[in-house]
Design a binder for this molecule. Structure first.
Ligand code: SF4
Length: 363
């Protein structure tokens, strides 16, 4: 009988120690293994030179240490690289490397598809298939070929991170650990549409910075583009944020995607300043990245700058993040969507090329 080998990746250090001790090995073996996997990025047990030969053989007999693979890679003129990542079951997600002055940020995915159905997002139009496992989240950092070391991680790729909370939390432990990937918690940002129970738990855990996608200043606006607002309406979300016990001098980053004619008036800017009052906040403005999946328009640049000016005058730190990688469909879900569309077209062409099946016999 062939027994399935266990995947050794994706366990936080305490869980890996527990696993090793259960198998009769001392806990320091787990620490060595953890360093090989996440600090030295070695997945082949035979290459883990400070482990005893017998321990290495035991690992090889019982475990595997898989990697995710690159299905497609698209390099933008501005240095942004978008990877379409193939998982072991053939599903695909996106990861984006974004170099800016002084930092190299990796945007990771947490789910295949998404249940949140945001109207402006290509992923929101894809069927939710499954949560990513912890190792699949971590491996987006460890197995892709970046031109420079990643200094920052943002959870803003495909999926709602707080809808896969346990796996995201464990990935954060591995990302942050001094024997793991060594990315400090102030260099990690997790972005949510506003799942209130997990927001509270995340802030209490103090494992990274919090970003919340707001994208509207009234329930009407927000529900139109973010259906999750029906479950967690604006007033409830803001009220909970006002009561959060933010660690240190941390602030919530409010992501505000400006869409022409939807949420981009001067009145919206003043209202935004008003509703955020009393919450340690900074605001990150984005202008909609037009694409052929969704029929929204990008607002004129002057309107975005005027919006930013109003927020600054109200005393909020407000940045305007210009889109990166527009030439490679770098917005969340676009590349996956394009790849799936190509695959469907190919399947249709292949089906059309087949000789037609005989018609069923008439009864
Ligand atoms: S914006 Fe984020 S939460 Fe909304 S549908 Fe897209 S991936 Fe999901």
């Amino acid at each position: 009988m062939v027994t399935q080998k266990e995947n050794i990746k994706g366990l936080s250090l305490p869980r890996l120690e527990k696993r090793m001790v259960e198998a009769g090995h001392p806990p320091y073996r787990a620490r060595q293994l953890f360093q090989w996997l996440y600090q030295k990025n070695v997945n082949n047990f035979d290459e883990m030179s400070d482990l005893s030969k017998s321990f290495r053989s035991w690992l090889s007999e019982n475990f595997v240490a898989p990697r995710v693979e690159i299905a497609e890679q698209h390099d933008s003129d501005d240095g942004t690289i978008k990877f379409l990542v193939r998982l072991q079951d053939g599903e695909k997600v996106e990861s984006v490397f974004i170099p800016t002055e002084g930092r190299n940020t990796l945007c990771v995915s947490t789910q295949v598809g998404c249940k949140m159905a945001c109207a402006f997002c290509a992923t929101g139009y894809q069927k939710f298939t499954r949560d990513l496992k912890t190792w699949e989240i971590v491996d987006q950092l460890k197995s892709l070929p970046f031109p420079a070391p990643v200094t920052n991680i943002v959870f803003m790729g495909m999926g709602e991170p707080f809808d896969n909370y346990e796996n995201v939390l464990e990935a954060l432990e591995i990302f942050r650990h001094p024997m793991g990937c060594q990315i400090g918690k102030r260099h990690i940002t997790v972005s949510t549409v506003g799942l209130i129970p997990q927001i509270q738990a995340f802030v209490d855990a103090d494992v990274g910075k919090l970003a919340i996608s707001l994208h509207g200043t009234t329930d009407e606006q927000r529900t139109r583009i973010m259906p999750m607002n029906k479950k967690y309406p604006l007033a409830e979300l803001l009220d909970n944020c006002r009561k959060l016990n933010m660690p240190g001098r941390l602030r919530i980053t409010w992501e505000y995607l400006m869409i022409d004619g939807i949420n981009d008036t001067e009145e919206d800017a003043h209202r935004l300043a008003e509703i955020l009052r009393g919450i340690p906040s900074k605001v990150n403005l984005l202008a909609y990245n037009e694409n052929h999946f969704v029929d929204f328009k990008r607002p004129p640049e002057e309107r975005v700058l005027k919006f930013q000016r109003i927020m600054l005058d109200h005393g909020y730190t407000t940045t305007y993040r210009r889109s990166r990688g527009r030439d490679i469909a770098a917005a969340c879900g676009q590349l996956h969507h394009a790849s799936a569309t190509r695959a469907a077209r190919l399947a249709r062409m292949q089906a059309a090329a087949q000789p037609s099946a005989p018609a069923p016999a008439q009864a």
